[in-house]
Design a protein around this ligand. Structure first.
Ligand code: HEM
Length: 495
């Protein structure tokens, strides 16, 4: 039987988005400029599972259908997380310097494990996450957010990616893991660098690992009530090396994704007329903006991946044992089968694939949501008149196989004085009952609900847990949105 991967390329093929066998590439100019457009072409050409080429023109399958993605992630007996099964690794078709090597090289971590071994290491991570003090963490998120805003609020201008989104998750995660004193610009840069696979990635990885191994040694000697100690003390009996690797995994898995989510939520809040429309109805809140963003701009667009355990069929395609498959998060989220109108509000619906599914589904999703919700909320409270400082079409994105991020988000606002973030949180606030990980939604403060109520500068206090919090500011350029919205929706439709 021949597969799409065996066919020769048509010699006349002019499209640079096509490679061997006329297959579409998920890398290169076309895929990087318009990934959603490529996904939709693939869906039209192949249905819910499409043959594609990834870096180095290595063949793989991209799973586009929502149902097929769920099936794949929930059926580890057919689709393993163990990359050592990849037949292409053994037939010489993947060069040793393939840029995706850091993504697919097997490591002794829960991400690459199946079955009992996955259960052993993952249970340590999930229990450590479950025991995070949610109220205390929300207070830290709020305090760190205000500290970051203090650094730029007096200027009236800021890039929210570089000054806010890229820092907040690292500050919070250093606190959660148990190393708040290690947070620094250098750590932020090193974490980004090692994910990007740049020339300095190895040195950056060594820098991050050294910080984490110092933490492991310190907690082994003197346990504390933090994430690192919980990993060490878990009955899974992790070695120091395993603890260090899982701390690194947690830092990477949480940092890049949550930074992306914050940036994407802020962009939507500032530019997307759907929020304005909702606001005129009065009730689009920050948590709803976060959820809509997880549908429309998930921090991971795809995940490499899963590897077929045996010959099988998925979405009408014949998958061979040892084939690689990508979890198609972004395409699954706009699959017409589950979302016939891609512009419809998904309010109240959390069935997106942003956190994947099955046994490897993200265990930190509530932490990620909380950082984004509390952080964006705190920023909007401090800078209620915030607006984009450039036209939306001037925003620049950086795309890779597995994610797409905003490079800058320049904003302007009325300069505000700094607030005191050193005062201890109000203890009464933590005694009040509150839902876990949930940002309270406010009632509109104006008749139309079209704008947030400006805050008077005041000393910083812990967030009032059952009091109203910020509404998303209304779009402040009444004439611009229509044109901008057209460009956004064109981007989503891919034409
Ligand atoms: C909004 C932010 C986040 C998003 C969108 C996200 C998304 C994901 C996705 C798509 C996966 C891959 C699942 C798969 O292979 O099928 C994953 C795995 C993982 N995430 Fe997250 N994540 C986020 C935040 C976090 C946070 C804050 C933490 C830790 C506190 C975390 C910890 C992990 C871990 C440990 C794994 C590996 C789980 C396993 O393989 O069993 N993530 N995440």
């Amino acid at each position: 039987m021949t597969t799409p991967f065996d066919q020769e390329p048509p010699p006349e093929c002019p499209a640079h988005g096509l490679g061997a066998g006329g297959l579409r590439r998920l890398y290169g100019a076309e895929a990087e400029n318009d990934p959603m457009g490529v996904y939709e072409k693939l869906r039209a050409e192949h249905g819910p599972v499409a043959p594609v080429l990834i870096h180095g023109d290595v063949p793989a399958w991209l799973v586009l259908g929502h149902t097929e993605n769920l099936y794949m992630t929930r059926t580890p007996s057919l689709f393993s997380r163990d990359s050592r099964r990849w037949a292409r690794l053994h037939d010489g078709s993947i060069a040793p310097d393939n840029p995706l090597t850091p993504v697919f090289t097997w490591q002794p971590m829960c991400v690459f494990a199946d079955g009992a071994e996955h259960e052993r290491t993952r249970s340590a991570v999930t229990e450590a996450i479950d025991r995070i003090d949610t109220r205390g963490t929300r207070r830290f998120i709020n305090r760190y957010s205000n500290r970051l805003v203090n650094d730029f609020c007096e200027g009236g201008l800021a890039d929210l990616v570089g000054r806010f989104a890229e820092h907040l998750p690292m500050m919070v995660m250093c606190q959660i893991l148990g190393m708040p004193e290690e947070y620094s610009e250098r750590l932020v840069q090193a974490a980004r660098d090692m994910i990007k696979g740049t020339e300095t990635a190895i040195a950056s990885n060594a820098y991050v690992m050294a910080a984490l191994m110092r933490l492991v040694a310190a907690r082994r000697a003197a346990p504390e009530n933090d994430f690192a100690t919980r990993l060490i003390q878990h009955p899974a009996g992790m070695t120091d090396d395993e603890v260090g690797q899982h701390l690194r995994l947690t830092l990477i898995a949480s940092y890049e994704t949550t930074a992306n989510l914050i940036a994407n939520v802020l962009r939507m809040v500032l530019t997307d007329p759907r929020f304005r429309a909702q606001l005129s109805g009065g009730h689009m809140t920050v948590p709803e903006a976060v959820e809509q963003t997880l549908w429309d701009e998930p921090p991971f667009t795809t995940i490499l991946g899963r590897w077929a355990v045996c010959d099988t069929e998925l979405g009408g395609q014949q998958i061979k044992a040892g084939d690689a498959l990508l979890v198609g998060i972004a395409p699954a989220n706009v699959d017409p089968v589950v979302r016939p109108d891609p512009h419809a509000s998904m309010m109240g619906n959390r069935a997106h694939m942003a956190f994947s599914g099955g046994a490897h589904e993200c265990p930190g999703q509530d932490v990620g949501r909380a950082i984004a919700e509390v952080g964006v909320d705190a920023l909007l409270m401090r800078l209620p008149d915030i607006e984009l400082a450039v036209e939306e079409h001037e925003l620049r994105w950086n795309s890779a196989l597995m994610s797409r991020h905003l490079m800058e988000l320049p904003v302007k606002f009325q300069p505000q004085p700094q607030q005191d973030v050193t005062r201890p949180p109000d203890p009464a606030a933590s005694r009040r009952p509150q839902p876990e990980w949930e940002v309270t939604m406010s009632e509109p403060k104006t008749g139309t609900g079209s704008a947030p109520v400006p805050q008077q500068p005041a000393p910083f206090q812990a967030p009032p847990q059952q009091q109203p919090v910020a509404y998303i500011p209304a779009q402040r350029r009444p004439s611009a949105p229509k044109r901008l919205w057209q460009s956004v929706s064109r981007w989503w439709r891919g034409y």
